[in-house]
Write a protein that binds this ligand. Structure first.
Ligand code: SAH
Length: 347
């Protein structure tokens, strides 16, 4: 099969989102005005070297009749009694072409995509603390494969936009969306992604137009510690929200008093791009200083070797290899092992 990219091919995936954001009634026109050009720049002017290979894998995904979906269970699940052995071969080949799968799990018919992370455990820990998703327009910053976006839709969100600069994740996300679409019987629509109000944009939070002031909820999970400038990240989160909106912030923290923060000299748990690990109390103080209201720590949890591990869908090193083999309360570098906190606040 040959994979072709026509000029503006990305509109197949984004036309409905651009239309929504350009509509004066939706408060997103600041983004709607530039979104087409941002996408053109990303996909056409500077395409990633693996784009053709990933698109070819995506194109191999079989069209299945009678698909049913379940977005409210630990694995995002698709099933059909018309799924054939031949479909299974094509599906496996296509999904394997999109390795590594980090965030999940997913159950695509007979194939369980057992991802590096049990992202469902994170969702289970936070879900009861969230303002009800029903009717909300949500931004998921650093959305990875989009696993949590489907849980948000399943919980009743009206629309979910994810941003993540990692290019492979778009295709994992679209593979999932293909079956959500088939399960929703909108595959004959002239705009293929019509009526599924969930989109992944291949950008960073910094690329969202300044002071958008439009989302009801913004999630930033697993991103803050990757930023050199955490207060800028928090400010940007604030500025995408409408007045009264909610921020859900999950990040690596250390145990300790207000004022304590770890800035590793070099790597942290083998990661090069880790900057600030504040105590949860310090993080709350930063947020107070920036003007967030109603700030509360809703959970704090050491990542277990069961929650993050190598699998056949992500066969590189994982948490066990990033910790001190003689003392798993420490990272390989001797720092405290990964502890994560979730803080929810309003503006
Ligand atoms: N939110 C998911 C995934 C976390 S992994 C979860 O909690 O399970 C962190 C993700 O953040 C990565 O996929 C990475 O590509 C993305 N990321 C890193 N810097 C970012 C930035 N500045 N803006 C948006 N996403 C970013």
């Amino acid at each position: 099969m040959t994979t072709h990219f026509s000029e503006n091919w990305f509109l197949e995936f984004y036309a409905d989102l651009i239309e929504f954001m350009q509509d004066n009634e939706n408060n997103f026109t600041k983004w709607g005005d530039v979104l087409h050009d941002q996408l053109h720049e990303f996909y056409v002017t500077n395409p990633h070297g693996d784009m053709v290979r990933w698109k070819a894998s995506f194109d191999q995904l079989p069209n299945v009749e009678g698909v049913e979906k379940n977005l409210n269970t630990s694995a995002i699940t698709f099933s059909s009694d018309q799924f054939s052995l031949q479909d299974n071969g094509h599906l496996n080949h296509a999904l394997k072409g999109l390795l590594p799968w980090r965030k999940g799990p997913f159950q695509f018919f007979d194939t369980k995509v057992d991802t590096e992370w049990r992202s469902d455990w994170k969702w289970d820990r936070i879900e009861n603390h969230l303002a009800p998703m029903h009717g909300r327009i949500v931004l998921d910053v650093g959305c990875g494969s989009g696993y949590h976006m489907w849980r948000m839709l399943g919980a009743g969100a009206k629309r979910v936009v994810g941003v993540d600069p990692s290019k492979l994740f778009f295709w994992q996300f679209e593979a999932t969306k293909k079956y959500v679409k088939l399960a929703s019987n909108v595959s004959d629509s002239p705009i293929k992604s019509a009526n599924i109000p969930v989109h992944l944009l291949p950008f960073k939070l910094e690329d969202v137009p300044a002071k958008l002031g439009a989302f009801d909820t913004v999630f930033s999970m697993g991103v803050l510690y990757h930023r050199r400038s955490p207060l800028d990240h928090l400010t940007e989160l604030m500025q995408v929200l409408r007045p009264g909106g909610e921020v859900v912030l999950e990040t690596l923290v250390i145990e300790g008093e207000e004022g304590q923060v770890l800035v590793p000299d070099d790597r942290y748990a083998m990661m090069r791009n880790v900057w600030f690990l504040p105590s949860a109390a310090t993080l709350c103080q930063w947020m107070r200083r920036l003007g967030f209201k109603n700030i509360r720590i809703v959970e704090q949890n050491y990542t277990s070797l069961e929650e993050q591990k190598a699998t056949q869908w992500m066969s590189y090193n994982s948490l066990k290899d990033f910790l001190d083999p003689n003392d798993i309360t420490k990272t390989a570098e001797g720092h405290p092992a990964p502890l994560r906190a979730t803080i929810i606040a309003n503006i």
